[in-house]
Design a protein around this ligand. Sequence first.
Ligand SMILES: [Zn+2]
Length: 245
Amino acid sequence: MERNITTLGIVLHSRRWGQTNRLLKVLSVDLGIIDVVNYGAQKSHKVVKAEVFCDGQFFLYHNPVKGDYTLKDLKEIAGHEEIRDDLALTYTGLFFCELLIKVHGGESAEVYTLLSKALDLLTFASERRTLVLIQFIHRLSEVLGIRVDLDHCPICDRRYESNEIVYFSSSAGSQCCEGCAHLERTLLLPPGARRYLMLTATMDFEEAVAVDLNPGALARIKAYMLGYAQYFCPSQLTTLTSGLL
Ligand SMILES: [Zn+2]
């Protein structure tokens, strides 16, 4: 493998590493999610700042013996600083990052494009934060290849009635009709919410976020999508328990 690597990426996580360094988790287009050491990040102004949510071109050095990556430089495309200025926006962004780290799936270029757009929308359409959150999960399920059509039950193949409430099967990992659902009745999708998700499934991210929902529907779909995200994530999402989403 080449020692100097350039890739588009986004910082998902950053923590102290030794006295003066930081260990980053970077979602990169070319290498997937990787650990990158940013040496000297704590002390000097001259070193590369690579904060969480920063989207840019990463210049990395790969040590083939140790197998690790070092950050040499970062050409920022979007810092998304505005997200860090607001608590709800920050938690929403951190939720996206945590979900991607824990799910660890999908084609990395598609996952990168999804997160990059989601962070841009949180920055420039912050008043539509909840819709960005709903659409991020909706779109991620497609990138992960687990999204099912919401017009029929994937277990028994029956078409839903227009006013039918749809449930969730944790064993199948998908939406299903009431008859095919097991004991779980916590995750349910009312007909209006199902229509909204079907309608926005084929739209661009921006276009989907521009579709208005009344406050009640918004809250219901959000609760459903957060529950759904926890279902397809293999471990507990700590940002979900914050109550700030
Ligand atoms: Zn069924």
